[in-house]
Design a protein around this ligand. Structure first.
Ligand SMILES: [Zn+2]
Length: 234
């Protein structure tokens, strides 16, 4: 991916949390009660608040990663889609919690409002959320990586960086990003955005086969990254 493409993907991956009225989970969860299918597409599809159990969480991650992997990054038309899928993939890790040893996704009705109010905001990259964030980075890397002669070397560099990463504020200039979000999002017609989310929702909600669940659990269960990082140290 060239630098410009990276920037467009970055902008669209952050836009769902910043383009407040149309894209963000909290405002749409309120006004969307007047348009329930759209509320579903924003809250459940784009922000991965699907309320599923551990199998559903693994399937959601796996299908988002597969959709991302299928995109052609040399096609400028696809880049905004990549950004939205990156956002949904990130949220499919962030918007989960563990209860009685089982992973669950926060649900479509309340999202993570109660967790955030009790001081455990799942969207913050801190020590509490670091293992889920690291699992996400590994899934993201795999779905963005395209085979090339230096793949193995790049993978090693990435693993070292991801395994040593600590939580903290983002280094990307927030103001510049938000300005670009407004400009780029204005160019994307609402109907095209809405159609894409509709297609995404259908793909994500098809009933899984038992084999698909098993494979997804192997790749996307909690702690995948910590196993890789521990192995690196030995
Ligand atoms: Zn989100």
């Amino acid at each position: 991916m060239n630098e410009l493409a990276e920037w467009v993907v970055t902008v669209f991956s952050q836009a769902p949390d910043d383009v407040v009225f149309l894209y963000s989970a909290v405002p749409v969860s309120f006004w969307g009660i007047f348009w329930p299918p759209y509320r579903h597409r924003i809250v459940n599809t784009l922000h991965s608040l699907h309320g599923g159990d551990a199998d559903a969480v693994a399937i959601r991650r796996s299908r988002l990663a597969t959709q991302l992997k299928a995109l052609d990054f040399t096609n400028e038309e696809e880049l905004w889609k990549a950004g939205l899928l990156v956002h949904a993939l990130g949220d499919s890790f962030a918007h989960t919690y563990v209860k009685n040893g089982e992973v669950h996704a926060f649900n479509e009705l309340y999202g993570h409002a109660f967790a955030t109010l009790s001081g455990k905001d799942p969207d913050v990259i801190n020590d509490d959320n670091m293992s889920r964030y690291r699992d996400y980075l590994f899934a993201l890397y795999a779905s963005l990586d395209r085979e090339s002669s230096d793949s193995a070397l790049r993978r090693q560099t990435f693993e070292k960086w991801a395994c040593e990463l600590e939580g903290g504020p983002s280094s990307i200039g927030r103001e510049k990003l938000q300005k670009q979000e407004r400009e780029l999002v204005d160019v994307l017609p609402f109907s095209v955005f809405n159609d894409f989310l509709t297609t995404m929702a259908v793909t994500l909600e098809n009933p899984p086969t038992p084999n698909e669940v098993q494979v997804a659990q192997q790749v996307y269960s909690a702690g995948t990254s910590s196993r890789i990082c521990t192995a690196r140290l030995q």
